[in-house]
Ligand binder design. Structure first.
Ligand code: DUC
Ligand code: ZN
Ligand code: ZN
Length: 476
């Protein structure tokens, strides 16, 4: 089965040019001069007309939490619903986090995640491993997982008693990663300091969602980021700081990069667009102040007056933000976020965006904040290199998986849940309600199969496969 995508502009992380893309089976087999098929021997079973559109590598969302147990409930997207929403939005690979909390065995959790995902994904998937309890057994498992294609390990400096690692535990895990070639991913917030501020706020009666952000101030993120950078320097482990939201934390990572350290920053669309002021809520009578719970996530959204959002866009341009992932961790307002009525500390943390990342970042292109190539770089190509997927994913080249998106720069997307608005994530609200995007995901191919076209989702949950990852291909 061959497919020819004609008339489009192929956009890569380094440039754009008019080329036709020939797909045979699951792979890209050639990039052709436009119109080649009319000259002679090249005929394809199917032709997709991409005239006036961009053709980009399928998006890679390197940070999702499908069905994650968290805050007394589970993230509301299953692998089935979440990966389908990803396909709608042009994301053809997700990298989800296997969770080991205190008291659990890593390898049991890996088996559980394989069970949850297998046969249920619309697009390809891979795993990172959360190490919630660093001990001899979990360190041994880190070595084993490298051979199983799980080559990155997330540690937490927050959530005492659930996920938090002490500095000593962090050093041991970093030494292990330095030895086996794995990548340390860090949730960098000072959890003990935050817990004191949270307790004091609740005692004062400051219990609404707004105080979630107030009690996780930028100093707690910068301090933890600095500590992570120093411990990585000490041990020689490569460090990737997830969901960076504070400009001061980013400045610290940029400084480490300038000094030649293998330090990387990820941010998420919510930190580029949304702000602490959203946590004030009260947009609708239904929820009043509690509406702010829709935007409770960690790290928290930051104050617009402090200028974090503009700085994050700047660091995207300079290359000090390496990737944009979503930290997709959706919860419904009903029965889930509602757990925190009267006590913001009980609101499950997370925002759902897996469907909207390509669109939201493309709006950054339209608004003159990043280039077209940077869009592809941070959403598709560098996530592939960062997480050992490059060659198969993240690039339009012969031999690569035919994960492709035909994107219409003149189309339009209204995000949300109200009239004429759409999303396909399993959530009863959208954190992005009201956002208008000057672009549209038209057609999505995953390994040569069209999973979304202009009629809608046409994929199947049996399509997605587990992808074993190599070591990072993005280290200095
Ligand atoms: N942050 C979130 O917002 N949700 C899940 C875990 C995390 O670190
Ligand atoms: Zn985190
Ligand atoms: Zn996360």
């Amino acid at each position: 089965m061959t497919t020819l995508i004609t008339g489009g502009t192929v956009v890569s992380s380094t440039g754009s040019s008019r080329q036709d893309v020939l797909v045979d089976g699951e792979r890209i087999v050639a990039l052709l001069e436009p119109g080649t098929q009319t000259l002679g021997p090249i005929t394809a079973d199917t032709t997709i007309d991409a005239t006036g559109k961009y053709v980009i590598p399928g998006g890679i969302d390197a940070h999702t939490h499908m069905e994650m147990p968290f805050g007394g409930t589970n993230a509301s997207d299953t692998f089935e619903t979440g990966s389908r929403a990803a396909a709608w939005g042009g994301t053809t690979t997700i990298v989800d986090f296997v969770v080991q909390a205190h008291g659990q065995r890593v390898q049991d959790q890996v088996a559980l995640w394989h069970e949850k995902a297998a046969g249920n994904c619309a697009v390809d998937y891979a795993f990172h491993q959360i190490i919630g309890e660093v001990d001899d057994e979990s360190l041994k498992a880190m070595d084993e997982l490298i051979g199983e294609g799980i080559t990155s390990f997330k540690l937490f400096m927050a959530y005492p008693g659930v996920f938090l690692s002490s500095d000593g535990q962090i050093v041991r895990a970093m030494q292990t990663a330095a030895g086996n070639g794995g990548l340390i991913m860090m949730h960098a917030e000072n959890g003990s300091a935050i817990d004191v501020l949270v307790q004091q706020a609740i005692e004062r009666g400051d219990t609404t969602p707004y105080f979630h952000g107030v009690t996780r101030p930028w100093q707690t993120e910068q301090e933890a980021t600095h500590r992570a950078v120093m411990l990585a320097e000490l041990t020689g482990a490569p460090l990737y700081v997830v969901h960076v939201s504070a400009k001061q934390a980013l400045a610290r990572i940029a400084e480490a990069r300038d000094a030649g350290q293998n330090a990387f920053a990820e941010t998420c669309p919510q930190y580029l667009y949304l702000s602490l002021e959203d946590n004030l809520g009260a947009r609708s009578e239904q929820w009043g102040d509690f509406e702010g719970a829709k935007w409770v996530c960690s790290t928290p959204l930051r104050s617009r007056a402090e200028g974090h959002q503009d700085e994050l866009w700047k660091y995207l341009r300079t290359g000090d933000v390496t990737t944009v992932s979503t930290d997709h961790c959706p919860f419904c307002m009903k029965d889930q976020k509602e757990l925190g009525v009267g006590n913001f500390a009980k609101i499950p943390n997370g925002i759902g965006s897996v469907e909207h990342r390509l669109d939201l970042l493309f709006q950054g292109v339209k608004d003159g904040r990043i280039s077209l190539e940077k869009w592809v770089d941070v959403c598709c190509t560098t996530p592939a290199r960062m997480f050992g997927l490059y060659g198969r994913k993240g690039v339009i080249a012969p031999g690569a998986d035919a994960d492709l998106v035909v994107y219409d720069p003149n189309g339009h997307t209204s995000i949300g849940v109200g009239e004429g608005r759409t999303h396909h994530m399993n959530m009863d609200y959208s954190a992005w309600e009201g956002y208008e995007i000057d672009g549209h995901v038209d057609v999505v191919l995953s390994r040569g199969t069209v999973v979304k076209d202009t009629s809608g989702y046409v994929g199947s949950k049996a399509h997605g496969r587990f992808v074993k990852r190599e070591l990072s291909q993005n280290l200095i």
